[in-house]
Write a protein that binds this ligand. Structure first.
Ligand code: GRF
Length: 202
């Protein structure tokens, strides 16, 4: 059974979707939810799901990213994760940290990578006049939002869409995509997942 740590910074809706998917014959289980923000709403959701939680507040290490990452790593290792899922985690991780989880750390990013790495992805897709938008699950490597893509979900951009309407329509697809990718990733299957797909998601 693979042990999954989930890192959050906010509401944790992707964390909830991942946690709720890891049941029955799923090859993985959540072992901890860690937030860099003590006020993250996702912490209470994790506790309600019976998942251990921890806080590593980046504000306690001002201008010392290495110190923050050192505590984050030590906290993570206390739970012996096989896989780390970044889910709405808003801190940029250095190469020193990502190298420790090479090949076993995932992230969900709200764009059709390689387009729109970084922030404000919905506004950028709208400004570009794109016909469609989407989200991507990728392996985390040293470069931001740059690792191998393991899954993507697409939505059409509709007239009148705003960054907020796009974000909320996309979020429900994120909640399908991330669990679908994690289930395959946990058994070593790196074949990309594209939504919508014909067969039902296991
Ligand atoms: C989502 O848009 C996700 O794509 C991005 O963070 C946002 C919030 O996610 N990574 P969550 O509700 O905290 O999971």
């Amino acid at each position: 059974m693979k042990r999954v740590a989930i890192l959050i910074s906010g509401g944790g809706s992707n964390m909830v979707a991942l946690a709720n998917s890891m049941i029955g014959d799923h090859p993985a289980r959540p072992v901890v939810v860690i937030s860099n923000d003590p006020k993250a709403g996702g912490l209470a959701k994790a506790r309600n799901l019976g998942i251990a939680t921890a806080i590593v507040d980046h504000r306690e290490y001002p201008n010392d990213r290495n110190a923050f990452e050192g505590v984050l790593h030590a906290t993570l290792e206390g739970y012996k994760p096989d896989i780390v899922c970044l889910a709405g985690f808003m801190r940029i991780l250095t190469e020193g940290f990502t190298a420790r989880y090479e090949g076993r750390m995932l992230n969900i990013h709200p764009s059709l990578l390689p387009k729109y790495k970084g922030l404000h992805t919905h506004a950028r897709a709208l400004e570009a006049g794109d016909a469609e938008h989407g989200c991507s699950v990728h392996e985390v490597t040293a470069a931001l939002d740059d690792g191998p893509v393991l899954g993507q979900a697409r939505i059409a951009i509709e007239d009148g869409d705003t960054p907020d309407t796009l974000a909320s329509r996309l979020l429900s697809l994120e909640h399908q995509l991330y669990p679908a990718v994690l289930r395959r990733f946990a058994i070593g299957d790196r074949a990309p997942v594209y939504l919508p797909i014909s067969e039902p998601i296991p």
